[in-house]
Design a binder for this molecule. Structure first.
Ligand code: ARG
Length: 473
C-alpha cells in the first residue's frame, strides 16, 4: 500500500472503499490502455507532446499491458479505479512525462470510450458462441427436416409440424438476436474521447484522429451527450436479456420433451446429472439453468435502466454502477450459450414416441376442415362439422371407417400417415418438406453472411491488441 500522501489528491478520500470501482473496471484495463495509446499519439500529433515524450509514454503503456497480462501489475484499491491505477503506474515507469497522459482528458470521456471498446469485444464473444449454436440448431434441423412431430399452441396438441421446422423456429429467434447485437455495435460506433469532463477542451485536440485510430466510424457530436450516453450498454443488456429469454424458452422445451410425460427426447448425458436422493433420476439441469439464468439477464437490464432514470446531465457518479450488470450479463450469456452448444448436438428424438404422438387424429382436425373448404364449403361450416365429429366419441372412428365428411376423399384424412398431411402443409413458411428445405437454404445463407459480419467485427476488436503490441514508431 502506498503512503496516502503519495496518492493523487483527487482520489484521496476516507470513503475510498465505497468509491472504488476497481474490482469491476479492472476488466477494462486493455481497452483503457488502447484508448490511452490513441490519445498519446493524438497529443503528439497536435504538438502537446514531444516525440520523445510520445515514445516514452507509448513504451510505458505497453509495458503496463505486459505487466497486467502476466499478472505482475500491482493494483491499488486506494487509487479508486482502473484509469488512475494505470496513470499512476505510468508515472512510476516514465517519470513526470506520465503526468501529461491525462492532458485534455477526463475519466468521464475515458470510461465512456473504454466501455465502447469493451462492448465491441463482448458482442464479438457472444456472437461467436451464438453463431456456433445456430450452426448446431441447423444441423439438427437438417437431420429432422422430414420427421413429423406434434406442434403445440397453449401446450395442447394442435397441428403437425416436423422436428426440423421446430428447430428452425428456435434458429430464427436466435438469428434475430444476433442481428440485434450487430446493430447495437453499429449504433455505438462513436468515439467519446475528446469530450473531456463534459465540455471538451481549450487545447487543440483531434478527436477525429482518436476515433479513426480505434476503428470508430466517427467522434461524438456533443460533449455533454458523449460523457453521459449509456444507450449502447442498455441496448446490449436488452439484446442479451432477450437472447436469454429465447434460450430459456428452448431450455423449457427441452425440459418438457425430456420428461417421461412427453418422452420425446432420449436421455443425454450432456443434459444434466442425477439426484442425490432418488437413484432413478436424470435431471435436465443444464436446460433448467439455461431457463433460470434469464432472470439474471433481465435483472441486469432493469438495474441499468433504473440507474439511468432521471439522472441529470452530464456525468454523475451513479454511472459507475453501469459496468457490473453489463459484465454479469455478458458472462451469464456466454455461459448459457456454451452450455446449450454442448446440449443441442447431443439431443436425439425417440422415433417411436414421436411417431405415436404424431399419429394422433387431433392433429388433423384442421386438415379435415380445410379439405372441405377446398370443395367449396365455407370454413365456418366446415369448422362446426369437424368440431361435432371430434366431440362425439363415436364420430371419429365412424368417420375413419367411411368417408370422413361430405365430398372428402378418405385418403386426405389418415392419421396413420402424418407425412401425407405434412406434404399438404405447403403454404409459405409452413412445415412441408419443400418449405422446410427452402427455409434451410435461407438459414444457411444467413449464417454465412453473419459469419462475414463477425469477421469484420473481429478485425475491429483486434485493433485493441494491435495498438498494445505495436513496436515503437
Ligand atoms: N470509475 C468511474 C466510472 O466508472 C470513472 C469515472 C469517474 N469520474 C469521476 N469524475 N469521478 O464511472
Amino acid at each position: 500500500m502506498s503512503d496516502p500522501s503519495s496518492l493523487p489528491s483527487f482520489v484521496r478520500s476516507p470513503q475510498v472503499d465505497f468509491l472504488s470501482s476497481l474490482a469491476v473496471d479492472r476488466t477494462l484495463a486493455k481497452h483503457d490502455l488502447a484508448g490511452s495509446v490513441a490519445h498519446v499519439e493524438m497529443l503528439a500529433r497536435v504538438g502537446l507532446l514531444s516525440s520523445a515524450e510520445e515514445t516514452s509514454l507509448l513504451a510505458g503503456l505497453r509495458t503496463i499491458h505486459g505487466e497486467i497480462e502476466h499478472g505482475r501489475f500491482r493494483w491499488q484499491e486506494a487509487l479508486e479505479d482502473v484509469h488512475t491505477n494505470i496513470e499512476h503506474r505510468l508515472t512510476e515507469l516514465v517519470g513526470p512525462a506520465g503526468g501529461k497522459l491525462h492532458t485534455a482528458r477526463s475519466r468521464n470521456d475515458q470510461v465512456a470510450l473504454d466501455e465502447r471498446l469493451y462492448l465491441r469485444e463482448a458482442v464479438a464473444q457472444v456472437a461467436h458462441a451464438l453463431l456456433e449454436l445456430e450452426g448446431a440448431l441447423l444441423s439438427q434441423a437438417r437431420a429432422g427436416a422430414a420427421t413429423p412431430m406434434p406442434g403445440y399452441t397453449h401446450l395442447q396438441r394442435a397441428q403437425l409440424v416436423t422436428v426440423g421446422h421446430w428447430w428452425l423456429a428456435h434458429f430464427w429467434r436466435f438469428d434475430r438476436d444476433l442481428d440485434r447485437l450487430f446493430a447495437t455495435v453499429d449504433r455505438s460506433d462513436v468515439s467519446p474521447l475528446g469530450a473531456g469532463a463534459l465540455a471538451g477542451s481549450t487545447l487543440p485536440i483531434d478527436p477525429q484522429y482518436v476515433a479513426n485510430r480505434l476503428g470508430f466510424a466517427r467522434p461524438f457530436e456533443n460533449s455533454i451527450d458523449a460523457v453521459s450516453d449509456r444507450d449502447p450498454l442498455v441496448e446490449l443488456l436488452f439484446d442479451l436479456a432477450l437472447l436469454a429469454v429465447h434460450a430459456s424458452a428452448l431450455g423449457e422445451e427441452i425440459v418438457l420433451f425430456a420428461s417421461k410425460e412427453f418422452g420425446f427426447l432420449l436421455r443425454s448425458p450432456e443434459l444434466g446429472s442425477g439426484s442425490s436422493l432418488m437413484p432413478q433420476k436424470r435431471n435436465p439441469d443444464v436446460a433448467e439453468l439455461a431457463r433460470g439464468k434469464a432472470g439474471r439477464a433481465v435483472g441486469d437490464l432493469a438495474s441499468l435502466l433504473v440507474t439511468l432514470k432521471g439522472l441529470p446531465l452530464s456525468y454523475d457518479r451513479d454511472l459507475q454502477e453501469d459496468k457490473a450488470p453489463v459484465l454479469d450479463s455478458v458472462a451469464t450469456l456466454s455461459a448459457v450459450l456454451s452450455a446449450l452448444l454442448r446440449v443441442v448436438p447431443s439431443l436425439a428424438f425417440d422415433p417411436v414416441r414421436l411417431r405415436s404422438a404424431s399419429e394422433d387424429a387431433d392433429l388433423l382436425a384442421t386438415d379435415l376442415a380445410e379439405a372441405q373448404v377446398a370443395h367449396g364449403v365455407p370454413f365456418r361450416e366446415a369448422h362446426e362439422a369437424v368440431a361435432a365429429l371430434y366431440a362425439d366419441p363415436e364420430g371419429l372412428p365412424r368417420a375413419l371407417a367411411h368417408t370422413p365428411a361430405a365430398g372428402v376423399d378418405p385418403k386426405v384424412f389418415a392419421p396413420s400417415d402424418p407425412v401425407a398431411s405434412l406434404s399438404r402443409r405447403a403454404s409459405w413458411g409452413g412445415p412441408s418438406p419443400a418449405q422446410v428445405a427452402r427455409q434451410l437454404a435461407l438459414a444457411e445463407d444467413r449464417l454465412s453472411r453473419r459469419r462475414s459480419s463477425l469477421s469484420s467485427l473481429d478485425r475491429k476488436v483486434g485493433l485493441v491488441e494491435e495498438l498494445l503490441t505495436e513496436g515503437p514508431k
